[in-house]
Each structure stands twice: as structure tokens, then as C-alpha cells.
Design a protein around this ligand. Structure first.
Ligand code: AMP
Length: 296
């Protein structure tokens, strides 16, 4: 049975006698198979699995993105039930940000480029809420998706610097059969945009293929991605990046682990995806899952 709690007090009480280790999956709801994969991994490795559902206003740099972010709590709770989650924490905004709340957790260099540059304040919002959630839950481990690769790096840095004893675990990106990374925002795509959205994966695979073939010039690899993206008329490219896998600084020569990433707009909907370029890393297999089905 999945228990749903909404306040800090209820959460504390529910966890007081719960067996450790605690595995945490933080989400903004509208749960899909990407979230399910994180829940399964958490459940496999934890005695108590906790999922948080909180659409965090502080990590949206555009008010319209926050208001139109999809929400369906009953459906989300049913998904948590079906995955054997022990506890769902679904607080209101004022339960996370108490009256007079006036602290921001701001991570440095790794939070600045890419999503940090494109979405000012985004990672401050993420780092702040995740620090609060790690502490409220007292999580031993927390599971995050590789789809948001920079987010994983920002949270790792935050947890290490603030001596928060939660281990941050990155899990592979879950994709639709045609390669599109699952995202709550995909629901906003019109049919023609949905079809066009496979271009992120195609662009990243073009970079991957060139890299596999020995290409080490970052500008050539970025151009391979741009060529694919610009051939898609509905895609409005935000950025294309070949960056150092540890610092996220843009590279000239790829001579170590690197991250290929891109952000693309389709109308109002902005999507991101990435691919790790590393001799020691398995290629992203493009895990295929059941189609995403929503009741309401
Ligand atoms: P969100 O609800 O979008 O904030 O995402 C909650 C968690 O699920 C984050 O750690 C995301 O990186 C992760 N996630 C989102 N989409 C995917 C996906 N397609 N595959 C794996 N993890 C994902």
C-alpha cells in the first residue's frame, strides 16, 4: 500500500519507524516510464521507497511554463502504487517554502553553462528544493535521470559541498520506441511537432557516430548535430554543445569523457537530450518502453 502524506509532520511520522535504507525519487508529477524506471531502481535497492511530487515554482524561469506544466495527481499516485512505492510526499508550495523563506542554494561553475545559461535561476531553484527534500526525507540514496545530465551534476556538487549524506545515483534515459526521451512536456507537442521531436536523438546519434568513427574536433561534432537539427523545419535550436564531461566547459578537442547535449524548441515546448561520449561508458541503448498512456 502506498501512503500519501502532505505535511512535514506527516512525513516525519511516516518515516520514523520505516526501515532503512531510504531510496528517494524526486519528481514534478505527470509521471511516465522514465520516472517508473527510477522508482524500480530505488525499490530494488531500498527498504523504503519515497517519491516526492512537487511542481517547484522556483525552478521555472518562465511563469507560463509553470502554469501550463501538466498535473494529474490521482494518476501519479496510481503509478506509484503500481510500482510498489511505500510513501508519496505531495506537499503544497507553502509546506516546502515556509513563510519568510529566504535562502537560495546556488551551485557554481557546473550550474552556469547550458541549462543554467538558457534558464536563469533554474538550477538555484532545483538545488534549493532538492536540498530541502533530501533533508526532510533523510534519504540514503536519491535517483535521478541521465536525461537531465547537468541536473545530476549540479545536485552531486550541492550534496557534496553541503555534506548532505544522500548518495546521488544517475539512471539511464528512458525513450519512446522512436528515440524521443520521455518527458512530461511531450504531452504539449502537436502531432507534427511530436514527429519532428525525434530530431534531438537523431542529432545526438550523428555526433555519437562521428565520435565513434574517430572524430575528435568538437566544432565538427557540433556541426554534425546542427546539420541534422537545421534540416527539421519545426525545430528551433536553443543550443548545441560538446562539453567536458566533468566541468561542462565547451571543448575544442574531445580528449576525454564529454557530454553532447542539445535544447530545442518546438513552438512553446522546449526539449533537452544528451549523449555521453566516453570510451568507458556504454552507448545509450535507447531503452524502449511501453507507450505513454494517460487517462486524463
Ligand atoms: P521531473 O518530474 O521532470 O522533474 O523528473 C523527475 C526525475 O525523473 C528527474 O531525475 C529526471 O531526470 C527523471 N526523468 C525524467 N525523464 C526521464 C527519462 N526519460 N528517463 C529517465 N529519467 C527521467
Amino acid at each position: 500500500m502506498t501512503r500519501v502524506v502532505r505535511t512535514r509532520g506527516e512525513l516525519r511520522a511516516a518515516l520514523a519507524d520505516a526501515p532503512r535504507p531510504f531510496g528517494l525519487v524526486t519528481t514534478m508529477g505527470w509521471l511516465h516510464d522514465g520516472h517508473r524506471a527510477l522508482m524500480r531502481r530505488a525499490r530494488d535497492e531500498s527498504a523504503t521507497t519515497v517519491v516526492t511530487i512537487f511542481v517547484n515554482p522556483r525552478q521555472f524561469n518562465e511563469a507560463s511554463d509553470y502554469t501550463r506544466y501538466p498535473r494529474n495527481e490521482a494518476h501519479d499516485i496510481a503509478i506509484c502504487e503500481s510500482e510498489g512505492v511505500d510513501l508519496v510526499f505531495a506537499p503544497g508550495v507553502e509546506e516546502i517554502y515556509l513563510p519568510g523563506f529566504d535562502t537560495t542554494v546556488s551551485v557554481g561553475a557546473v550550474a552556469r553553462p547550458l541549462e543554467g545559461a538558457a534558464r536563469p535561476g533554474h538550477f538555484d531553484g532545483v538545488a534549493t528544493v532538492v536540498a530541502i527534500l533530501f533533508d526532510l526525507v533523510g534519504a540514503d540514496r536519491a535517483y535521478f535521470g541521465q536525461k537531465d545530465a547537468q541536473q545530476v551534476m549540479v545536485i552531486r556538487q550541492m550534496a557534496r559541498d553541503l555534506a548532505i549524506g544522500t548518495e546521488v545515483i544517475a539512471c539511464p534515459t528512458v525513450r519512446e520506441a522512436d528515440g524521443l526521451a520521455l518527458s512530461s512536456r511531450n504531452v504539449h507537442l502537436a502531432p507534427d511537432q511530436r514527429a519532428a521531436a525525434t530530431v534531438l536523438r537523431r542529432a545526438l546519434l550523428a555526433a555519437r557516430e562521428a565520435w565513434d568513427g574517430g572524430e575528435r574536433s568538437a566544432s565538427v561534432l557540433r556541426q554534425r548535430m546542427r546539420d541534422v537539427l537545421e534540416a527539421e523545419p519545426l525545430a528551433d535550436v536553443d543550443y548545441v554543445s560538446i562539453a567536458d564531461g566533468r566541468t561542462l566547459e565547451e571543448l575544442e578537442i574531445v580528449d576525454g569523457p564529454a557530454l553532447a547535449s542539445t535544447a530545442v524548441r518546438f513552438g512553446e515546448t522546449r526539449l533537452i537530450d544528451n549523449e555521453i561520449l566516453d570510451v568507458d561508458a556504454e552507448p545509450d541503448p535507447g531503452t524502449e518502453v511501453r507507450p505513454q498512456v494517460y487517462g486524463g
